[in-house]
Design a protein around this ligand. Sequence first.
Ligand SMILES: C[S@@+](CC[C@H](N)C(=O)[O-])C[C@H]1O[C@@H](n2cnc3c(N)ncnc32)[C@H](O)[C@@H]1O
Length: 224
Amino acid sequence: MAQKDSEEAVSTAYYLMGDEETSRDEIIDRFSQNSQRYDKIMEAVNHMSPTLTAQTTAELFPSNRKDVYILDVAAGTGLCAEKLYSHGFQKMDALEPSNRMLDEAMKKGLYGRYFIEALGESALNIANDTYDAVTISAMSSMVLIKLPKEAFEELIRIVKPGGFVINTAFSNVLSDGGDANAVLLRENMKTLEDQGKWKHVELKHFPHVVLGNNMSVSVHKVLT
Ligand SMILES: C[S@@+](CC[C@H](N)C(=O)[O-])C[C@H]1O[C@@H](n2cnc3c(N)ncnc32)[C@H](O)[C@@H]1O
């Protein structure tokens, strides 16, 4: 890739991330506007999150992967589904608020159902104990850190007891550091553990992965 294209990809990636001032609707709109070139931009910035998410999911389900039912939250254009599919997972649904990102995902034909919804907005129109796992690959940090505790309660509700929530994001969101919102997010996740709703079973660190940022993969096992 020419240096100019590479620099443009990096600046678009930062634009997509937004900052503290960027509203959730604005972030979704930015993804919609860039949906058709999203995959190329992510390739240029070495977007490793789908690979890391799928690898961890594969480790959690060493056999019968074709029967494992997964909801991919913040599915985007389906990059995580592509990686999951390469590990043998075949039953996957997508939840994503940008219909233009989902249009791109649909072209790949990897998901069964498509929910055009934002996590954290309201109750999901999904029955209790539907999925064996939820994957969340690189949900926009500015959205993730502001998710209410109810958003995770919804994920716990739709995942079967014994199933997993696999969440990949910047380490300063999932692991340590970050701003007051990130601290509150981690506290909320811990409160759900203290309430016996899920158990934090894994936290893996990957230094300097995307644009020099450390990434973490966090796994919770659903108990109720
Ligand atoms: C960086 S992309 C990640 C897409 C894909 N998972 C990947 O790894 O390539 C972040 C996605 O999060 C979506 N998103 C933003 N707010 C969301 C919310 N509240 N619930 C679910 N997805 C959301 C955006 O529309 C965008 O498609």
